[in-house]
Design a protein around this ligand. Structure first.
Ligand code: FAD
Length: 386
């Protein structure tokens, strides 16, 4: 590899672009090439699930165009370009344009993709997912003349979209296999409180069930539930979770598990290849949120500018943007020994604390008016990755 080979960042999401900014802020002067399959617009992905109520078009969510980012941060940004293969030995990327690109160092910031549901019926082609600005533009266009929307999945993203579409005046049907919204993150009382607020706002909730088929009808779509019931809707939005984009890394022989396996320095199993953001599995943790990726960016920018720095995570609660009834949750570590204690359970808010037998606070779930207490509990919880 010649001295001229660039640092290549694959992906222009929050991980990729924040790394670009951090490197230039740290006076990294070498050439940087960025590659993205989409149009390279800089935007804040969390705003996708509050955009309908705020009446924001996709264009209005763009903070900077790829052209502006290229100019402001001296980067060669290749848009609508797919990386099809990676050769870690020769340090070469194969691009969809037919060209190949040599790198000095490579940062994979390939994000995560929506999990696709396998359903029966002649209406399945009308299943939408919104995971980037282009999806958002497409969905807004489809929804412009429509009224009834089925949201599949009441996890974090599905609950936010249901909340947003309801606030924007759509008739929302919300379906989840679990007993209530956010049930994999929240104890029953907190989930129920959110569910009640959703129903009071007019969201029709269908829990403990799932959709088996989507059929086309004369005036829209019919979703068949396992219970035998069916729902008449105009559009279906699937939000049943995301999975890290690891295919490229895996095909190149890099170590992958749920995500691309990296150490605390964000270094993958291959020399000079790093991974950050939703695609990375750091010390066994995949965290598809903004705070962890910002911690990774800070550490990696330091490492790449000559001061090796391991990433660490403090307490990182998740704020769920269900404005009908907001939620802040700091889930306890997986398989932690302890129990949820419901300290307050009222219609305007639930306060639940997850404690060990000897009273140590490991996590919390706050809803409604109790969310204001989050800061006071953060200082008592253990760091996610000390
Ligand atoms: P992405 O933004 O997905 O970027 C991936 C990039 O990789 C894209 O540019 C893509 O084109 C490119 N790419 C991938 N593969 C290839 C390839 N082979 N060739 C070329 N390009 C490729 N987190 C929070 O902390 N708080 C929130 O409130 C919150 N709300 C959210 C709401 C919604 C609706 C969603 C979907 C997510 C939300 N998140 C939230 C999660 C947060 O947005 C993500 O963790 C974050 O945006 C991930 O950024 P990323 O850069 O890792 O990935």
């Amino acid at each position: 590899v010649s001295d001229q080979a660039p640092l290549v960042i694959l992906g222009t999401g929050l991980a990729g672009y924040n790394l670009l900014k951090a490197l230039r802020a740290a006076h990294y002067n070498g050439p940087i090439v960025m590659i993205t399959a989409d149009d390279g617009s800089a935007y804040s992905k969390p705003q996708l699930s509050t955009g309908f109520a705020k009446q924001k078009t996709a264009a209005e969510l763009v903070q900077h165009s790829a052209e502006q980012m290229a100019r402001d941060y001296q980067a060669d940004i290749r848009i609508f370009t797919q990386v099809q293969a990676l050769d870690p030995k020769r340090k070469v990327l194969q691009l969809s344009s037919g060209a190949s690109l040599q790198y000095d160092k490579l940062v994979l910031a390939t994000g995560a993709a929506p999990i696709r549901l396998k359903l029966e019926g002649d209406g399945v082609h009308s299943l939408h997912a919104i995971n980037d600005l282009l999806d958002y533009a497409r969905f807004r266009t489809q929804a412009s003349q429509k009224k009834r929307i089925l949201v599949l999945g009441a996890g974090l993203i599905g609950s936010e979209y249901a909340n947003d579409l309801c606030q924007a005046g759509f008739q929302v049907e919300l379906v989840d296999t679990l007993q209530g919204p956010l049930r994999s993150l929240l104890p029953a009382a907190a989930s129920q409180c959110l569910g009640n607020a959703m129903q009071q706002a007019g969201i029709r909730c269908h829990f403990n069930t799932s959709v088996t088929a989507i059929e086309q009808t004369a005036n829209g779509l019919r979703a068949q539930l396992v219970s035998g019931d069916s729902l008449s809707v105009d559009l279906v939005l699937s939000a049943i979770g995301v999975r890290p984009n690891i295919a490229l890394a895996k095909a190149a022989g890099l170590s992958t598990e749920q995500g691309i396996v990296v150490d605390r320095y964000l270094q993958s199993s291959a020399a000079d290849i790093y991974a950050i953001g939703d695609c990375a599995e750091v010390a066994g943790l995949v965290r598809v949120y903004v705070q962890p990726l910002l911690a990774q960016v800070k550490a990696l920018a330091s490492t790449l500018t000559g001061t090796p720095c391991p990433v660490s995570y403090g307490v990182m609660p998740v704020a769920v943007k269900t404005t009908l009834h907001p939620v802040v949750v700091n889930p306890p570590p997986a398989n932690a020994a302890g129990d949820w204690h419901i300290e307050q359970d009222q219609a305007d808010g639930v306060r639940a604390l997850f404690k060990t037998a000897d009273g140590q606070l490991l996590g919390y779930a706050l809803t409604g008016n109790q969310t204001a207490l989050a800061n006071s509990f953060n200082s008592q919880c253990p760091a996610l990755l000390p």
